[in-house]
Each structure stands twice: as C-alpha cells, then as structure tokens.
Design a protein around this ligand. Structure first.
Ligand code: FAD
Length: 387
C-alpha cells in the first residue's frame, strides 16, 4: 500500500495551496459582508489550471480522478479558510459535471465543453423544502410534451445558486413514485420560468448563496436530459463526489483550525509560559492532529478506491464523511476554546472557521442518515427502513 503522493499530485497540491493562501485575507471580508467577488475568484482558480480537475482529458478536463479532486479542494479549503475558492472546482468537476459523464451523450456534448472551459459552471439541485433526507420523496415534476419536458417545483439549498448558471436537477418523471420515477435534467437559471431566490442567510459559508431555484412551467429539451428515470443508482454514484467534496471540506477546515490553534498557543503566554507548555494544551493539539490523520486516511482511501478512479465507492466515502462531520466540529470548537475569550471575537479567524464547520454538518447528507447507511453495510441481511 503506497501512501505517498506522486510528484504530479504534490505539484497540484502546491498550486492549490498557493491559490488558497492568496485568498486568506479576503475570507474575513466575504464573511462580514456575505458577498464575494466570485468572478475574480473563479478566474484566479481557472488561471492556476484547477478547473475540471477530475474530468477526463477527452472531454477537455485535466484528466485527474477522485484523488486529484480531493487533494485540490482540501488544499483550497485549508489555505483560504473559506468555502469560496473550492467552489469553481466543485462546479466544473464535482457531482453536477460528473453526472454528465455517466449520463446521456446528448447532454454531455451540449454542456460539458462549456463547463470544463469555465464558460458556465454547474450546481447540483436535489433538495426540496419537503424532501431533504427523504430525497426519494421529491415532488418537482417533469412532464413530457413532444420534444420537451415541462418542469415545476422548488429546489432549496442550492449551493452556488447566485453565481453558477447551470443546475443538474433531480426531478420526478410522469408522477412515478419513489426512486424509480427520479431522473435528472440540466436547468439553465436563465431559462424563462426559472426564479433564483437568495434564500435565508447562513451562519457560515458566507459570501455564497445556498439559495432556492423555483421552476414554473420551465421547458427543457430532450437533449437536456442527463439521466432518465430508473437510473437513480447511477445518479447517486456521481453524487458520491459530493460526499468526497464534503470530506475535503472537513479535512481542510480541521487542518485550518489546527493551524490557527497551534500558532496561537505558541505565542500566547499565561502564568509566565506559552500556553503550549501546559500538558493539557499540547495533549489537546496531539488529539486534534491524530483525528485529522485518521480522517485523512479514511478520505484518501475513499478517493483511492474510487470506481475507475473517478467515483468514490459508497461505503468508503460515507464512512469518511460521517467521521469528518463528527470530529470536524469537535476540532474547530477545541481550537476556538484554546484561543480563550479572543476566540469568539471577529479579530480571530477561528470563530469563522467554527461557524463554517457547523454550517456543513448536514450538508450532503445528515450524519444520522449516513450512520444508517454504514449500518446497512455492516448488516446486509437486515433492512433499515427510512420511513
Ligand atoms: C451548507 C449546505 C449546503 C447544501 N448544499 C446543497 C446543494 O448544493 N444541493 C442540494 O440539493 N442540497 C444541498 N443542501 C441540502 C442538504 O443536502 C440537506 O440539508 C440534507 O440532506 C438534510 O436535509 P434537511 O435539511 O431537509 O434535514 P431533514 O431531512 O429535515 O433532517 C433533519 C434531521 O432529522 C434527522 N433525520 C432525518 N431523517 C432521518 C432518518 N431517516 N433517520 C434518522 N434521523 C433522521 C437527522 O438528525 C437530521 O439531521 C445543503 C445543505 C447545507 C446545510
């Protein structure tokens, strides 16, 4: 088992770290104003050659796989201490674009060239006001009308809704209930009948919207069909990249919290010595680091064992994401505590890092639902019904 990165992967990591670091001072302003110059961020990430990192070369991407994806977003999250610089990677290489890889050729030909070149980037729109964990209860409809589908419904929590045009959107075809009726279509936010609402303000991830996409008699063509109903399992295979993105988030933000805490305890003195000299303090940092290393092993295993190097396997990526969502907020909270009272002031980044961490606990799937998924793998003969 080789755990070393290749020279190319080390180079990719260094590039992403440099780009992330270049934005670190901006993260505070984006958080305070809840606005960010996304086009500028996108262009900088594009100039560094980080778009479409996990899209095959034959489709114009960089030709990396799940591992390159994880390396890139982890470094961007860690160094920028913000959600935003990893968003262009997510929207040109993450679950939305990856659905095109497993979906119908017509949609792939129509959209992937624009996405990999950064002309248009792609969100993922699954969740609805009444269907979060219960994704297979979604009620957004697609009715066939000649060569078109007519879409009606509301998608919520669409990350990037205010900045990316395209939305890989899960819809129910012809009223067929359950997973069997669910497929996906591409929806351009500029189409007639689409309303993009900013939605509620968030505790963290500020500077980008997780907004609502309201569809009222929106017409898309048959060429916009990504996956027909009956292929829910395939769609969820591509969705495993979302979970890997979440793993990158947990790794990067846990590391960022460790970075902040470890430098603070070296310079802050109490009782005539630096905080790090107290055993309880350096033990806390040692525990944080071991948790980060364990998370890294789980997350990198999920990427390394990906199907065709591209789509993380469900069992491994679910375990890694669950572990990240469990230890991540503990690490960021401990790092905040080590800053003492200053930790909750806006003079220090750690409060923002912790808010971003808390914001992401259920993103991409609530821990309770992930636990049931892990348990299902452990007890294959037992059915853990969600209803
Ligand atoms: C920051 C952020 C970004 C997001 N980005 C996107 C995006 O880009 N696209 C998108 O489509 N969605 C996105 N989401 C939505 C996200 O996927 C959902 O929030 C998540 O799946 C949980 O759904 P819910 O919020 O409706 O919670 P609910 O389903 O209402 O669950 C609430 C709680 O109830 C419990 N619960 C629910 N069901 C079960 C069960 N079967 N067993 C045990 N306990 C259960 C759990 O404790 C759970 O945390 C995002 C969410 C956040 C917070």
């Amino acid at each position: 088992m080789d755990l070393d990165l290749t020279p190319e992967q080390v180079k990719l990591q260094a590039t992403a770290e440099e780009v992330g670091r270049s934005f670190r001072d901006d993260a505070r302003d984006w958080d305070e104003s809840d606005e960010a110059p996304y086009r500028h961020i996108f262009d900088r990430v594009a100039e560094a050659g980080l778009l479409a990192v996990a899209i095959p070369r034959e489709h114009g991407g960089l030709g990396g796989g799940a591992l390159e994806y994880l390396i890139t977003v982890e470094a961007l999250f860690r160094m920028s201490q913000s959600w935003l610089p990893a968003e262009p990677v997510f929207a040109t290489s993450g679950p939305g674009p990856s659905m095109l890889l497993i979906g119908k050729q017509e949609a792939r030909d129509r959209y992937l060239p624009d996405i990999v070149s950064g002309r248009r980037a792609c969100n993922i729109a699954l969740t609805e006001p009444g269907a979060g964990s219960a994704l297979t209860d979604l009620v957004t409809t697609a009715e066939r009308d000649g060569d078109e589908f007519v879409l009606n419904g509301t998608k919520s929590f669409v990350t990037g809704s205010n900045v990316n045009d395209l939305n890989a959107t899960f819809v129910r075809f012809d009223g067929v209930p359950g997973a069997k009726g669910i497929g996906a279509v591409m929806v351009d936010a500029k189409l007639p009948g689409v309303t993009v609402e900013r939605g509620p303000r968030f505790l963290g991830d500020r500077g980008i919207a997780h907004g609502n996409l309201i569809l009222e008699d929106v017409r898309v063509g048959v060429d916009d069909l990504i996956c027909a109903p009956g292929e829910f399992g395939r769609l969820m295979t591509a969705f495993n990249l979302e979970r890997l993105h979440n793993c990158g988030f947990w790794l990067g933000f846990s590391e960022a919290a460790y970075d902040e805490a470890s430098s603070y305890v070296l310079q802050r003195e109490q009782f005539g010595k630096p905080l790090v000299a107290f055993q309880v303090v350096h033990h806390a940092l040692a525990d944080m680091w071991v948790q980060i290393e364990a998370l890294r092993l789980l997350a990198y295993r999920a990427a390394a064992t990906a199907v065709e190097g591209r789509f993380p396997r469900l069992a491994e990526v679910t375990q890694a994401k669950l572990f990240g969502a469990t230890v991540g907020p503990q690490i960021t909270l401990k790092a905040l505590e080590l800053h003492g009272g200053l930790g909750v002031t806006t003079d220090f980044a750690i409060q923002r890092i912790h808010r971003d961490a808390v914001t992401n606990v259920v993103a991409g799937g609530a821990p309770a639902v992930l636990r049931t998924g892990v348990a299902s793998g452990l007890f294959p003969g037992v059915r853990f019904g969600q209803h």
